[in-house]
Design a protein around this ligand. Sequence first.
Ligand code: GRG
Length: 284
Amino acid sequence: MDAILEAWAVRLAAESPGALGAAMAYALRSPGKRVRPALVFAAYRACGGDSDGIAGIAAAVETVHTYSLVHDDLPCMDDDDLRRGRPTTHRQFDVPTATRVGFLLVPVAARVLVEACERLQLATGEMGVLAAELFSASGITGMVGGQWLDLEAEGRTLELDDLQHVHRGKTGALIEASCVLGALAARAAPETLAAVREYGREVGLAFQVADDVLDATATSEELGKTAGKDAAVAKSTYVQLLGVEGARAAAVRHAESAVNSLARAGVPLGTLAALARYIVTRRH
Ligand code: GRG
């Protein structure tokens, strides 16, 4: 997956010479935890897939995630200087360049996805289903919509249900889509696909709840991004509503529920269960 992103970094730097190409390459080369790609791989294998071509699907998801981080860090959103232990894209370059990088990575994600589907020899209709999954999860009913609600909620206290809705959109939707894309690429049967979707929905929420806990308890060095930002902008979080221990327990409950939905459907637990555990015990 990293090799595919590296090849795209080289390709984009050549397609757009100067700062814009260099900035796209900078963003794509930034070293994240790769949780979403890991979920794509694990769901694909749990559903019986065995082609290395799945790396391209994982790279398409990571490209969308990378764009979201570039935009999330902009002064008009989280206004951050540090991401993945390095200066944010607008700090390394400038705000107009980083803004363009974010927008331009969306069609790049579509190109990465198309190449991956071709390599996996998926039919055009199957590719359409994967594309619809990825881009609806990224849009107004998913990531963008959730981020929007999140920004609007700054300085207000949300009820737990409303906060959960924000978390499921902002962060959960792309994580759920990562799992579903893996299952779709493996041509999973409908009941298996439904169980993997439910797993993704639950680990997606668990991921953001754990993120709330880390923002309140870890250091900027550990996180590679500025810690303590939620309290600084008076954001509603699980920690604010339930306390650190309450939020931790909620994350664990959602991770357990994720694994239970796989177990009920007879989907092999292996790496997916390990990832659910990792998501709620990680230190960054
Ligand atoms: C126009 C309103 C509007 C939105 C644009 C910016 C944006 C779209 C969405 C932001 C989505 C976002 C950044 C959600 C937070 C998700 C999250 C917890 C990110 C951190 O993920 P990790 O920990 O990061 O997996 P690494 O660096 O490891 O990949």
